[in-house]
Design a protein around this ligand. Sequence first.
Ligand code: ATP
Ligand code: MG
Length: 263
Amino acid sequence: MPNKLISDSATLQPERRDFSAHANRAETAPAFLSVWDLHAYYGESYIVQGVGFNVHEGEILALLGRNGAGKTSTLRAIARLDNPRLTHGEVWLDHQPLHQMTSYQASGAGMGLVPEDRRIIPGLTVEENLQLAQIAPPVGWSLERLYSLFPRLGERRRQEGVTLSGGEQQMLAIARALARDIKVLLLDEPYEGLAPVIVDEIEKTLNIIKEQGITTVIVEQNAVRALKLADRAVILDTGAVVFDGTAKEVLENAELRAEYLAI
Ligand SMILES: Nc1ncnc2c1ncn2[C@@H]1O[C@H](COP(=O)(O)OP(=O)(O)OP(=O)(O)O)[C@@H](O)[C@H]1O
Ligand SMILES: [Mg+2]
């Protein structure tokens, strides 16, 4: 059952609407992923307070902000998880109204969330973790294609997933998302706890995934690394967008970084 319509204007197509007030810049081409005026709560706590931004197809967007700014909550709201509870706003992915969907339906529509804790399933091998993701259509990349992107996973295909190193588990979590037919990869702190050399490896992989046409939203505490990878950046502060522009602009604006990213 689709969720109740969240706003009255939900039937409008995103390209007919002017997002510039929310995104702080006028967009000419219609966005592939449009997030419009999201408001979401954990119980009584009002956390996501009117977040909106656009992502174009094939782009990498860095979603940044200090601890507690609302990055994870925004990703969860976009992926349509139950918490935080979305009370207002719209999420359009390739003309599909995700705000009217459950998380299961949003996943079927192409939203691939890789949560911070990676959720590798205990008791299953690397390959079984990937096969489980492919159990229901729409199926994405084949095992062969995934192993050619992540050769380490191919070498360890018979090893239990939870016994992999942190970096390998992150690769498995990304591979598992690609094993489904996703349009957008949402990554929550993919570099957390990983050595710089492993971050380099994952970064290379994310560039290859981009070349294959997947759109990515990356949340990272390691803002400089994320900005070097990303085309554009959105900065959140207390549950609202305070900057929307190019990654280069953030890298070149020390004042902005000091104020909102503490770097
Ligand atoms: N399950 C929850 N119940 C109540 N409040 C929550 C819950 N999860 C998060 N919050 C609150 O929502 C706010 C935003 O949290 P969120 O996890 O989205 O921030 P974040 O930007 O991802 O931070 P970090 O960089 O530390 O991961 C915080 O004040 C947090 O305490
Ligand atoms: Mg977080």
